[in-house]
Design a protein around this ligand. Structure first.
Ligand SMILES: [Zn+2]
Length: 417
């Protein structure tokens, strides 16, 4: 599996946020997790059984809510002939709008970006999103090499799983020579042995890391200067050397040292993403600064370029807090859309009540659709084959994208006419 896109992660994060915000009563929210390979018909039978069992619930409103939720889940599941390769997740439940009796059934179907491996049917007052949250975690593999001049340990980090692959010792004597040896001769021998040891360290690294298919990077650790001598000495295969993300100090060169690197890894990996984000925005700024005609920004200009299929890379600020609200007049059919901030979203229906339709003068304008600009622009980009990068505001460049360029920018395939 390759690198996951920042857009896929962003969408997953948003879906989890929405699902987590839903709360029901008692056991009225159904979570159904179906792993790949399971028969749809088997799961349908389970749901039908649960539907019958729910007939025994004493409270009439609870019984109705639970049965309606299960029925909605059955209807959605029936749309699938088979479970997708990564599995299928269905959430269905009665969500109260205000007080008791105001519940409406909401149903969400999610094809997970990573395979799920357990089957689960659960009724609770919350949707069960933990397996999705698990998927937000880093999934790629990282090699860890911890060394000093007496030993080296290799490990592989995948998600939060750490596997020690190999340990070797150097056999190189310490810095104190035995009596009778000349200092120069001792030093020369030691140098030669260290050189051989570095070659062995490199050769094992090749065997262990070079064929890992989704190796995103290598972190080298160890106490003292040995690790730098090794990294800078040109021993390592160039493809592995290119993957070194960081060289970090640890107190130990053994498994304990690997644990130390493991603790620091999330920070290292995050900083790699920050560097990527920084580079992406800098590329945009550089084109803009040199006035090459390849960089544009702002909602309207970028939208036009997307529609023309002219965008190569779309940069969207993760904190872009804008939503498009579509409004319709029920009397004459007049439609329009406006862009508002999230905090204005809550009061928008009330505000519309005070407005009149500009076409027929009637009242009662209604919201027909609400969509975040990030989703809207990402879909336009996908339709035209543009790359999408969601940029956090954690870096100076990311903050600049958000504040100085309205959070929407693009690098074009060809010059702006
Ligand atoms: Zn009207």
């Amino acid at each position: 599996m390759g690198k996951r896109s920042s857009l896929a992660l962003y969408r997953l994060k948003k879906a989890i946020e929405e699902l987590e915000s839903k709360q029901g009563h008692g056991t009225q929210l159904v979570s159904l997790l179906i792993p790949p390979g399971k028969q749809v018909s088997d799961v349908l039978n389970v749901l039908k059984q649960e539907y019958s069992t729910a007939a025994n619930i004493k409270s009439k409103s609870t019984r109705k809510n639970v049965q309606d939720s299960i029925m909605k889940a059955i209807q959605r599941l029936k749309l699938f002939n088979e479970v997708p390769p990564t599995g299928l997740i269905i959430y269905s439940g009665a969500i109260p709008r205000a007080g008791p009796g105001t519940e409406e059934i909401e149903t969400y179907v999610i094809i997970p970006p990573e395979p799920i491996n357990t089957y689960l049917y659960r009724c609770d007052d919350r949707f069960y999103v933990e397996p999705l949250k698990e998927m937000l975690r880093e999934q790629n593999s990282y090699g860890i090499l911890v060394m000093d001049n007496s030993e080296a340990v290799y490990a592989l980090l995948r998600g939060r799983r750490l596997e020690i692959l190999k340990k070797i010792t150097s056999g190189v004597p310490g810095k104190t020579r035995a009596g009778g040896q000349s200092a120069r001769r001792f030093e020369r021998l030691r140098e030669a042995e260290l050189n051989e040891y570095y070659k062995r360290v490199a050769s094992h690294a090749e065997k262990l890391f070079l064929d890992v298919p989704d190796l995103r990077g290598i972190i080298v650790g160890g106490p003292g200067p040995t690790k730098y001598e090794f990294v800078d000495g040109g021993y390592l295969h160039y493809m592995l050397k290119d993957k070194i993300l960081a060289v970090v100090d640890t107190s130990y060169a053994d498994e304990q040292g690997v644990r130390e690197v493991f603790e620091k890894a999330p920070e290292v990996i995050q900083s790699v993403r920050y560097v990527e984000e920084r580079n992406l925005v800098q590329r945009f700024l550089s084109e803009l600064g040199r006035n090459t005609g390849y960089a544009i920004y702002g909602e309207q200009e970028v939208r036009d370029a997307l529609l023309r299929g002219a965008v190569k890379t779309l940069l969207l600020s993760e904190d872009l807090d804008l939503y498009r609200v579509s409004v319709k007049c029920p009397s004459c059919g007049y439609v329009k859309s406006r862009v508002v901030r999230q905090k204005e979203l809550l009061g928008i229906s009330q505000k519309l009540e005070e407005e009149v339709c500009p076409k027929c003068g009637g009242q009662g304008l209604q919201v027909t659709d609400t969509k975040s600009l990030i989703d809207e622009f990402a879909e336009l980009a996908e339709a035209s084959g543009a790359e999408v990068e969601i940029i956090s505001a954690e870096t100076e460049e990311g903050a600049m994208l958000k504040n100085a360029f309205g959070g929407i920018a693009a690098i074009l395939r060809y010059k702006q006419p």
